[in-house]
Design a protein around this ligand. Structure first.
Ligand SMILES: O=c1ccn([C@H]2C[C@H](O)[C@@H](COP(=O)(O)O)O2)c(=O)[nH]1
Ligand code: ZN
Length: 169
């Protein structure tokens, strides 16, 4: 077979890397000092239909609610923060998420797993699995398995994606 010589640019992003990069770019909006998570929902036509990152609910101040991990539950971020996957579902364009894939920086917790399954999302593509082995992630995996939601860890073709916002510097 003849090699293609169309002059097409090489080094362009694969679909997987592109959607994960969108998730990671969204994560840059997170105010969480320890773990920034972004998520990007994609339909079967490869169209992005929702993005989100972890943050406090609308109207709840990033400057007054706590960002700490330790202490009394009420004084930590955990009761307040909306997870990236939940936000991506809630932010999605009105319609049907059935059959969509979600790209997420972190393997979803059990609460997000429920949201993903109930939304009809059929595939989870994740990068970090840093909470593997916790009860939360074990429960997620259990639910995904039962519900037939496919999970795969992305092996990026491009380990670094550079975005330059200024022509200078
Ligand atoms: O499925 C998930 C799980 C966690 N998050 C968010 C919630 C928190 O803001 C951080 C986790 O903070 P740690 O300090 O690492 O405990 O990640 C999420 O968005 N989605
Ligand atoms: Zn979660």
């Amino acid at each position: 077979m003849q090699a293609a010589h169309s002059g097409k640019r090489s080094g362009y992003l694969s679909w997987d890397d592109y959607f994960m990069a969108v998730a990671l770019l969204s994560a840059q909006r997170s105010k969480d000092p320890s773990t920034q998570v972004g998520a990007c929902i994609v339909n079967s036509q490869k169209r992005i239909v929702g993005v989100g990152y972890n943050g406090f609910p609308t109207g709840c101040s990033d400057d007054t609610l706590p960002w700490s991990r330790e202490g009394d539950f009420i004084d930590t971020k955990y009761p307040y923060v909306c997870h990236a996957e939940l936000n991506a579902v809630l932010n999605s364009v009105p319609g049907n998420l059935t059959g969509c894939a979600i790209y997420t920086a972190l393997f979803p917790c059990n609460e997000c797993a429920k949201v993903i399954i109930q939304a009809g999302i059929r595939e989870v593509v994740y990068l970090s699995d840093k909470y593997a082995g916790t009860d939360s992630v074990r429960a997620s995996r259990h639910m995904f398995e039962q519900a037939g939601v496919a999970c795969r860890q992305l092996e990026p073709a491009n380990p670094v994606v550079t975005i330059r916002l200024s022509e200078n510097g």
